[in-house]
Design a protein around this ligand. Structure first.
Ligand SMILES: *Cc1c(COP(=O)(O)O)cnc(C)c1O
Length: 349
């Protein structure tokens, strides 16, 4: 007979990101049966279905399927701008920190960074940052927001603030983009809907390969006109895929089945937060809003040591800044794994 404690000990618990999930058998079946066509010719029925379904969810006119969220963000920024000029975003934004300097490289824009509240900007802050009409300054052309904000610890925007930002951008002729890599994590925890969000933005990027559990891909949503332009830029960036419908079918399946269950990930993240708050080697835990847990270790503890100790117990985590470690809960992080993680977090020191 198999020794179950040995199996437990070998189980790898990967909390580095919510991108690490494996497609389930059911999802694989959907992928296997997906009708395919050449999407560069617009012929892939599965991709067309995903694009229509995702656009409808947010009440937007059109959508385009891309290989990554970096690509959907970078395409949106290029669609909405005309260099020279600048993009306003929070200093913690993915578009600035984690996209390889793409704003400057791909769109020729300067990035005007603001210090928000755990990654969230206010309309007043943005208004104060818009450059005067003077040839010395880069022309402010667009604003990019993130909901939830990854580096802010999974924080969620208030819809009232978003509405104010929308009005400001309209008045001042600025485009407004949402990096919604984890937008459904925000939606299941708030009092607004996907349609409410769709009404506030010129474009929204949604990752399908994060909490939703699809293996690959993101969609960019916008107007028919802007998405037509986006398709041109996707081709330019080398993101035009051919019979990629299996990926899209997995994504549509994820949108239809895996949104509500995100709450489970949030509940588990809360339990990790409570556990860490009781650990002596932990100095501080950022408040947990969704599926992201960020904590800081005490000054006399090396965060690399904590990561290594967890790693030796087959728990994978990532460094997230000076003395900071991030844990992300997801579809493949089971109750058993949660129990074991809680136990180990309590006992590594
Ligand atoms: C993951 C992520 C993206 C896109 O990442 P890809 O790995 O390129 O798909 C964009 N924005 C945020 C906030 C993210 O967390």
């Amino acid at each position: 007979m198999l020794d179950s404690t040995k199996i437990e000990a070998k189980m790898i618990i990967d909390l580095r990101s919510d991108t690490v999930t494996q497609p389930t058998l059911e999802m694989k079946e959907v992928m296997l049966n997906a009708p395919l066509g050449d999407d560069v010719f617009g012929d892939d029925p599965s991709i067309n279905e995903l694009e229509a379904y995702a656009a409808d969810l947010f009440g937007m006119e059109a959508a385009v399927f891309c290989p990554s969220g970096t690509m959907t963000n970078q395409i949106a920024i290029k669609v909405h701008s005309n260099a020279p000029g600048e993009l306003i975003c929070d200093e913690l934004s993915h578009v600035y920190k984690y996209e390889g300097g793409g704003v400057g490289f791909n769109s020729g824009l300067a990035t005007h960074l603001l210090k928000g509240q755990q990654g969230r900007l206010t309309a007043a802050q943005i208004e104060a940052a818009i450059q005067p009409d003077d040839p010395h300054f880069p022309e402010t052309q667009l604003v990019s927001l993130e909901n939830t904000c990854n580096k802010g610890g999974g924080t969620i925007y208030d819809i009232e603030e978003l509405k104010k930002i929308r009005i400001l951008c309209k008045e001042r002729g600025l485009k407004l983009h949402l990096d919604g890599a984890r937008v459904f994590n925000a939606l299941v925890e708030s009092d607004y809907t996907a349609l409410d969000l769709g009404a506030q933005f010129d474009s929204i990027s949604v990752c399908l390969s994060k909490g939703l559990g699809a293996p690959v891909g993101s969609v960019l949503l916008g107007t028919r006109h802007s998405i037509k332009k986006a398709r041109r830029i996707r081709k330019l960036f080398g993101g035009g895929m051919r019979q990629a419908g299996s990926l899209a079918a997995a994504a549509t399946f994820a949108l239809k089945n895996n949104i509500e269950r995100l709450r489970d990930d949030h509940t588990k993240a809360k339990i990790l937060e409570k556990t860490l708050e009781q650990c002596r080697y932990v100095k501080n835990v950022l408040p947990v809003y969704t599926n992201i847990v960020v904590f800081e270790v005490q000054d006399d503890v090396l965060h690399s040591d904590v990561i290594e100790k967890l790693n030796q117990e087959n728990i994978r985590t990532v460094a997230f800044g000076p003395q900071q470690i991030r844990l992300v809960t997801h579809l493949d992080f089971t109750e058993n794994m949660l129990e074991r993680t809680v136990h180990l977090l309590q006992n590594i020191y």
